[in-house]
Design a protein around this ligand. Structure first.
Ligand SMILES: [Fe+2]
Length: 447
């Protein structure tokens, strides 16, 4: 049994013991506050078998209480939780009551909690498959371990370690950079071409220089609040998407093997910097990416797979309409000289983006995509139109994901708020009302 009563408080699944139900709730220090809560249990004739308290780690003037009760009381809990939520303004987040399979999967509530993903990577970045171009190169493998260790030890808030890239690494970057740049004016979407010169000006995007993630991350933060975080290896889709909810993009820092500069079987710094970064500087695209992340938090496994597929056909391999022409905005395309040309040729199948359908499309990961999805233009203008389109249809799609509560990202505290009590909704209404005031006043001034 798993309950959450305050954003950062939770009991792990393994505390589910025998016939006990455990609850945590949080109270302001006020005479009689605890007695009031306990009375609710007493009124229902529920016997508490254990109770303990501690000062809250979240709010200094509040106390957390941990209680156990007999599982036979389960049927009465719905009413009790309702009373606590509605009459006492307590935040109640119920993760599971009946069976384990109904539990909402754990998700990070604060940006610092993304640190937990560092040691749950699926494969360590230094382990290469036998068909990887660097598999038989001990120097390359040692270098990859350096990068993996750096990312593994990274913690939120630290500057991303700067890397002195070798001459060979710079040469590889130079080849990729030079070749791709010739295609961008004709193949890349408006936003990519719009941001690219700024990256050249402010972030060291040059043929003979591999930009530093730290510089790029700072630049993105000033554009859209997106930031980069080094990652040691492959994350699960759930963890990777969760990062996006906080506007955090997990980025590799190593570069592909020098023997095959135009090929990489995995993401590398060329893919991140040339493919992903320019789009994360776009306001609508950043919003879209974050909403995929938010939709993933606590979503059931089958929906994580659908969201990862949507991500694949938009953020990684998306095409969009610009007037009568089709351009690429997916990072997998914008970082591949071969596929960027191929995707706009007459060889692949092009379909209209339809999230319900796109979300279940199967795809290969090691060869060119046989099918691409193109976002139709929403407004007949340039700039942001296709991303707006994605956003509108994405919200409709996301609303079909079952989750017993709504959530919201608070950019000031960099926390996920679970909106499940009247007090939080009132705070949200007040904040929207204040924004509406600003909007109305600004509208009047530009009339
Ligand atoms: Fe990617």
């Amino acid at each position: 049994i798993l309950f959450i009563f305050q954003e950062t408080m939770y009991i792990e699944e393994n505390t589910y013991k025998n016939d006990m139900i455990s609850l945590i709730f949080l109270l302001k220090e006020k005479v009689g506050a605890l007695a009031k809560v306990l009375r609710i249990f007493e009124e229902k004739s529920i016997n508490l078998t254990h109770i303990e308290s501690r000062p809250s780690r979240v709010n200094k003037d509040e106390y957390e209480f941990f209680i156990n009760l007999d599982r036979r009381n389960t049927p009465l809990l719905t009413d009790i939780i309702k009373t606590l939520r509605n009459e006492m303004g307590v935040t109640v987040h119920e993760l599971s009551r009946k069976k384990k399979k109904d539990a909402v999967p754990w998700f990070p509530r604060t940006i610092q909690e993304l640190d937990r993903f560092a040691n749950q990577i699926l494969s360590y970045g230094a382990e290469l498959d036998a068909d990887h171009p660097g598999f038989k190169d001990p120097v390359y493998r040692a270098r990859r371990k350096e990068f993996a260790d750096m990312a593994y030890n990274y913690r939120h808030g630290q500057p991303i370690p700067k890397v002195t890239y070798t001459e060979e690494e710079k040469k590889t970057w130079g080849t990729v950079f030079r070749e791709l740049k010739t295609l961008y004016p004709t193949h890349a979407c408006y936003e990519h071409n719009h941001v690219f010169p700024l990256l050249e000006k402010y972030c060291g995007y040059q043929e003979d220089n591999i930009p530093q993630l730290e510089d790029v991350s700072k630049f993105l933060q000033t554009c859209t609040g997106f930031r980069l975080r080094p990652v040691a290896g492959l994350l699960s889709s759930r963890d990777f998407l969760a990062g996006l909810a906080f506007r955090v993009f997990h980025s590799t820092q190593y570069i592909r093997h020098g023997s095959k500069p135009m090929y990489t079987p995995e993401p590398d710094v060329c893919h991140e910097l040339l493919g992903h970064v320019p789009l994360f500087a776009d306001i609508s695209f950043a919003q879209f990416s974050q909403e995929i992340g938010l939709a993933s938090l606590g979503a059931p496994d089958e929906y994580i797979e659908k969201l990862a597929t949507v991500y694949w056909f938009t953020v990684e391999f998306g095409l969009c309409k610009e007037g009568d022409t089709i351009k690429a905005y997916g990072a997998g395309l914008l970082s591949s000289f071969g596929e960027l040309q191929y995707c706009l040729s007459d060889k692949p199948e092009i379909q209209s983006l339809n999230l319900e359908k796109t979300a279940v499309q199967k795809y290969p990961v090691t060869e060119f995509q046989p099918v691409y999805y193109v976002a139709e233009s929403y407004l007949k203008r340039n700039s942001c139109f296709h991303k707006s389109f994605c956003l509108f249809s994405f919200r409709r799609f996301a609303s079909s994901i079952p989750r017993p509560f709504s959530i919201r990202y608070d950019p000031y505290t960099q926390r996920i708020e679970v909106l499940d009590n009247a007090k939080q909704l009132k705070n949200l209404a007040e904040s929207i009302s204040s924004e509406m005031g600003t909007l109305c006043s600004a509208l009047k001034k530009i009339e």
